[in-house]
Design a protein around this ligand. Structure first.
Ligand SMILES: Cc1cc2nc3c(=O)[nH]c(=O)nc-3n(C[C@H](O)[C@H](O)[C@H](O)COP(=O)(O)OP(=O)(O)OC[C@H]3O[C@@H](n4cnc5c(N)ncnc54)[C@H](O)[C@@H]3O)c2cc1C
Length: 470
């Protein structure tokens, strides 16, 4: 290892390698906050340096883990003592905005928030947004195919990437920095690196697709008497608001009541006796026109009996107060500690039965358990917060089985947003066929034959011995 690090230091310079105690001052995981235990952290200053580092690692059979903002929630960036961390923290440049194509070219280490601000400063909008925006990076967003609150309108990270550059395990640079919306020349290679969680290559740069900023915003919280009413509202709003529909966030009563009445963390804007609460938001370009459209759409929902009560946000502060109830993860952690958090997707129509069955199964296994639910319903995505008394490995596994097992028959997924990492690896086969998993192994072997990139993440090594590190 020492000889390899000397070689690497010659490439990246004295500031480019962090060793010894300084390594353990970094975290290995956002959830646990545990200290990093890698052999060293390597910080290349550009793509060519990273390519040279990977050539050395490949020759030496040295496994590496890419760590970026470290806000991932499935232990994807966790490093072992015999691994080197690759950090792109010196590669944070926002390189160029092309106002004609509406593209922004950035280095992968740039934080999401920096990119949002850089776009806004020149009159554009980068629509990906999530709570970790200040820490997470574009490279991390690409590698996890991040989602967030506006997926119903703008799609996930995959929809915002026109091109990218990546370094393969052997140091080969794949420069696929396409800037056009249309490019059907052969395989769309960028897709290999989007959502593959650093197992196929290290993303170094990206061409992002920008949008024009919206100029109007209308937000309301609705009390909804049943799940069918929710789906009717969803269809009605899609029809009446079209592309303006930007958020359709549903809190089950369990979430809304806990964070308002029970914990007193928020003043309840509506009484807490409704089974569902819907936070709906529309954004457009003409406030008077869009507001009238929004109000008409909500009135139709009222008249149809799909809404029993409602409150509109008339200021930025009121809007924030409504969103604060939906986004109060801290409150959930406080109330449900120890908490198991899940992020799954399933067809919208299956949601009420799935949640009811899960609640019943949890109560049978753990009579004092609690299940709190909210979700981006329009995206088919549910967030489940579960308290089952203990947090030991056996309880975790039982709860995981109760959450994940029914998804297979429903055509759902064990991961809606955060990826597989280490945490969900053993459940991948519940939502991917043997043929799909075999093809994933084929791709992994083709791009990383020595199994050096993010070892053991996403795919189980035991099912394919050729991916064991050299
Ligand atoms: C408060 C909070 C809210 C969140 N909300 C959301 C949300 O709404 N939607 C959502 O999708 N996620 C959400 N997340 C999860 C997380 O923010 C995203 O997964 C984010 O995209 C991770 O980016 P990162 O830079 O922190 O990556 P990291 O956590 O450092 O890495 C994540 C994975 O990507 C790999 N990786 C990182 N950079 C690269 C690279 N340049 N090349 C190759 N592989 C790389 C890592 O090895 C690891 O496997 C949230 C997290 C927190 C803490």
């Amino acid at each position: 290892m020492d000889a390899l690090l000397t070689e690497i230091q010659a490439i990246v310079g004295p500031n480019g390698v962090i060793r010894d105690e300084a390594v353990s001052q970094r975290i290995n995981d956002w959830l646990s906050g545990a200290p990093c235990r890698a052999a060293a952290i390597v910080r290349p200053a550009d793509t060519q340096q990273l390519a040279a580092v990977m050539r050395c690692c490949h020759a030496a059979g040295q496994p590496v883990v890419t760590q970026s903002g470290m806000t991932g929630l499935v232990h994807g960036g966790q490093a072992e003592p015999d691994e080197l961390v690759i950090s792109l923290e010196r590669m944070t440049a926002v390189e160029a905005l092309d106002p004609l194509d509406g593209t922004l070219t950035v280095q992968a280490g740039a934080p999401l928030e920096t990119v949002q601000h850089a776009a806004a400063a020149q009159g554009w909008h980068f629509p990906l947004d999530l709570g970790a925006r200040g820490s997470c990076t574009i490279g991390g967003n690409i590698s996890t195919n991040a989602g967030g609150n506006r997926v119903i309108r703008y799609g996930m990270m995959r929809q915002h990437v026109l091109g990218l550059e990546a370094v393969l395990a052997d140091g080969t640079v794949i420069s696929s920095l396409n800037r056009m919306l249309k490019n059907n020349a052969g395989y769309d290679l960028k897709q290999l690196f989007i959502g593959s969680e650093g197992t196929l290559g290290i993303v170094t740069r990206a061409v992002l697709r920008l949008q024009r900023p919206t100029l109007s915003e209308n937000t309301a919280l609705l009390a909804v008497p049943g799940f069918e009413a929710l789906t009717n509202i969803l269809n009605g709003l899609r029809q009446q608001l079209g592309a303006n529909l930007t958020a359709f966030e549903v809190m089950w009563q369990s979430h809304y009541r806990l964070l308002t009445e029970e914990l007193g963390r928020h003043t309840p804007p509506l009484p807490t006796d409704s089974p569902y609460y819907l936070l709906v938001e529309a954004q457009g370009i003409d406030q008077p026109h869009d507001e009238a459209l929004f109000n008409t759409a909500l009135e139709s929902a009222f008249e149809a009996g799909w809404v029993s009560d409602a409150v509109m946000a008339h200021s930025g502060a009121q809007r924030q107060a409504l969103w604060a109830i939906r986004e109060d993860i801290e409150g959930l952690i406080q109330a449900l500690n120890p908490l198991f958090a899940f992020d799954v997707s399933l067809p919208i129509g299956s949601m009420p039965d799935y949640v009811e069955t899960l609640e019943r199964d949890l109560a049978t296994a753990y009579p004092d358990s609690r299940l709190v639910v909210f979700g981006h319903i329009g995206d088919g995505n549910l967030h489940l917060s579960i308290h089952a008394g203990n947090e030991d490995a056996e309880t975790r596994q039982t709860v995981e089985r109760l959450v994940y097992a029914p998804l297979s028959a429903l055509g759902g997924s064990v991961s809606a947003e955060h990826g597989i990492g280490l945490e969900k690896r053993d459940y991948l086969a519940l939502c991917r066929s043997p043929q799909e998993i075999a093809l994933m192994h084929t791709l992994k072997r083709a791009l990383d034959p020595k199994g050096l990139l993010n070892r053991y993440k996403v795919l189980a090594p035991s099912s394919d011995r050729q991916e064991q590190p050299a």
